[in-house]
Design a protein around this ligand. Structure first.
Ligand SMILES: [Cu+2]
Length: 120
């Protein structure tokens, strides 16, 4: 239930440096026609590294609300780094038209707020 708390903690948020190693690493596999897993949870404020691979043809990883849009070539992992400053659900999809099931290539990145809720 803590995940549903409104985010009213902007004023006491820390500002961590941006050149640190990732706090969390998540693997994503793109293939005809799915993003696996199609739901990824990461903590708010952490430096996240996504390692995105394709097992067949060229796909693309796009998470518009996080400003992410990168091609994913088979055989070469695409590394995407981001830090989500707000908790919430961020839709992701394939950004390369890869066949008739392309529209099914969707998922979400769920950014969870720190738990337990910080005392303000
Ligand atoms: Cu596609």
């Amino acid at each position: 239930m803590a995940l549903l708390l409104p985010l009213l903690l902007q004023g006491c948020r820390q500002a961590p440096p941006d050149n640190t190693p990732p706090d969390v690493v998540r693997q994503i596999v793109m293939k005809k026609w799915a993003i696996v897993p199609n739901r990824i949870e990461v903590p708010q404020g952490d430096e996240v590294e996504l390692v995105v691979t394709s097992t067949d043809v060229e796909h693309g990883i796009a998470v518009p609300r996080l400003g992410i849009r990168e091609p994913v070539q088979p055989g070469t992992p695409t590394i995407v780094k981001f830090r989500a400053r707000s908790a919430g659900v961020y839709p992701m999809h394939c950004s390369v038209l890869c066949g008739r099931g392309h529209d099914q290539m969707t998922g979400v990145i769920v950014v969870t707020p720190p738990a337990p809720p910080a005392a303000h």
